[in-house]
Design a protein around this ligand. Structure first.
Ligand code: MSP
Length: 528
């Protein structure tokens, strides 16, 4: 039986302005999901939308439509964007889905029956745009620490979850299971900012918010944000429904991939809820960094007043989904923040995609055409030092890629893959195949060199498939390799059979004139 692998993105707040930054978590998850499928695992990849709360009602009202009309349009736009980006999710959950709402009510009632939830009165400082209550000590300059806006004191009858019971259990969890929350900096943050001071009980219902799941035994209360949103990771698998087959198969999650600003919810509140329900905890929560635009995150409640083009719906048709996936995965060091600008994007497009990868493929295949009529020759075993060294170094990078992907480190994995292309390009400069071609006695060596190049491209492209599926698939098809199957021949230089005729995949990433592209993008952004 195949090993299961369950990976999740957070459920997204429905937003018409999905920026490149918003796509980051989903693109990482897609690369990891595809990689694990190619490793032969039975992958379940979940994404979806977080559709309740006051903000949705307000936005729908402003548009003069019902909440569901408002949401349906955004959800179909979001799904269209994921399709443009080639996101291979297995399930898309909406928190307005009937099965989810019913399961959330069951979870709430069970927690109440187990006396983990009790009725009280909530008094706090509330940020309406973020739908979050804060304590005085959490505010930054007296304002919401997430969006920097005013908060107002609010009081109401509410149900509470006994989060305070879990402080020591969570400290033990982090101590005994250092894999649970990563990177390590997030553990320090959770311990110092929340666990050491001691956790307070958590408000889990509201009476003032109507757009949400009602508490079934006290319907004037609406289940407030976190029990509703976090439960999606299990309700999507049928937890709390008549059919729990998927839940039994895939839970616990192998990884919840999330942005660093929602680590508290996933590494404190969620495990506490699961412990209260007597359910196994996710194996890992990873709090990745942000893609920054001019030093800012530009998402959620903030405005995007910039001339830089950060709209994936403009960038994908112009430069390909692969290029957009590449910049997201490569430019942000996994676990840290990374900067984005149009200049960075265009520079990487030209240097990495067009020059390093695209050019290697096209020059290698045109040499094969010129010297061997596009047919991969039979080759003797490599004995020359340069040829043997290339093989060794390429296989070491293949190995590095697998190692990095064990820790989901997509940016380092991509670096290793592109190192393969760099190694092959440097090798061409060094061995000068065109010089070998002039000497009849060097025909065998030339065959070894060509085989080395084709195999380096093959190995690199196979590894690249989860990251840049379109271009790598074109290359693999050109090499006659089954692009749909699992990783094969990843520890050798014998993937492409001698005698195969290799087609050219065409130009993969046409070199861009940066100035012209700047102008084009500025015009498109200004038109919007
Ligand atoms: N709805 C909550 C999650 C609930 S999960 C039970 C939420 N949604 S969100 O739409 O605001 O964010 C979705 C994901 O997008 C988060 O992982 C967030 O970190 C990520 N990003 C949004 N802007 C981003 C950047 N600029 N850079 C990187 N990722 C960021 O939070």
């Amino acid at each position: 039986m195949k090993e299961k692998f369950y990976i999740t993105t957070p459920i997204y707040y429905p937003s018409q302005k999905m920026t490149l930054g918003n796509c980051y978590t989903t693109v990482i998850c897609d690369a990891v999901a595809r990689f694990n499928r190619k490793m032969g695992k039975d992958v379940f990849f979940l994404t979806g939308t977080d559709e309740h709360g006051q903000k949705i009602s307000l936005s729908a009202k402003v548009k003069g439509v019902s909440e569901m009309e408002y949401l349906n349009e955004i959800v179909s736009d979001t799904k269209a964007l994921w399709e443009m980006l080639g996101i291979t999710y297995n399930k898309f959950i909406r928190t307005t889905d009937d099965y989810h709402e019913k399961a959330v009510q069951k979870i709430f009632t069970e927690l109440y029956k187990k006396e983990y939830i009790y009725k009280g009165e909530y008094e706090g400082l509330y940020c309406t745009p973020c739908e979050a209550f804060w304590t005085e000590s959490q505010l930054v300059d007296g304002k919401c620490p997430d969006c920097g806006r005013e908060v107002t004191p609010q009081k109401e009858e509410a149900y509470f979850f006994k989060l305070s019971l879990f402080t020591d259990k969570l400290l033990d969890l982090y101590k005994n299971n250092p894999e649970f929350l990563q990177p390590q900096t997030r553990v320090n943050e959770m311990v110092n900012n929340f666990l050491k001071p001691g956790l307070s009980d958590l408000c889990v219902s509201r009476t003032s918010v109507k757009w949400g799941v009602p508490v079934d035994f006290d319907p004037k209360h609406t289940i407030y944000v976190w029990i509703d949103a976090l439960s999606n990771y299990i309700t999507a698998l049928g937890y709390g429904s008549d059919d729990q087959t998927l839940f039994e198969k895939y839970w616990p999650a192998d990884i919840h991939m999330i942005g660093k600003e929602i680590v508290r919810f996933h590494a404190i509140i969620w495990p506490a809820i699961l412990m209260a329900l007597d359910l196994p905890l996710p194996k890992k929560v990873y709090g990745h960094g942000w893609m920054l635009f001019g030093g800012d995150k530009l998402s959620k409640s903030k405005d995007t007043g910039t001339v830089e083009c950060i709209d994936p719906r403009i960038l994908i048709p112009l430069y390909s989904a692969d290029a957009v996936r590449y910049i997201l995965l490569r430019e942000i060091p996994f676990g840290s923040d990374g900067n984005y600008s149009t200049d960075i994007f265009l520079t990487r497009f030209n240097s990495d995609l067009s020059n390093n990868f695209g050019n290697l493929v096209s020059r290698s295949l045109s040499m094969l055409k010129k010297y061997f009529g596009s047919v991969l020759p039979n080759t003797p075993k490599a004995t020359e030092e340069d040829d043997v060294t290339l093989q060794k170094e390429v296989l070491a990078e293949v190995n590095n890629t697998f190692e990095y992907m064990k820790n989901f480190d997509v940016s380092k994995a991509l670096m290793s893959i592109f190192n393969i292309f760099t190694l092959a390009n440097t090798y061409i400069q060094k061995v000068e195949p065109w010089a070998l071609a002039k000497d009849e006695n060097k025909k065998d060596r030339l065959a070894v060199v060509m085989k080395n190049l084709i195999e380096s491209i093959r190995l690199g492209s196979q590894l690249l498939q989860p990251f840049l599926p379109e271009s790598s698939t074109k290359v693999l098809n050109a090499l006659g390799i089954d692009s749909k199957g699992e990783f094969e021949n990843m520890d050798n230089f014998d993937g492409v059979k001698a005698g195969t005729t290799l087609e050219s995949p065409g130009i993969l990433f046409p070199r861009l004139d940066k100035e012209a592209e700047f102008e084009k993008l500025a015009n498109l952004v200004n038109k919007k």
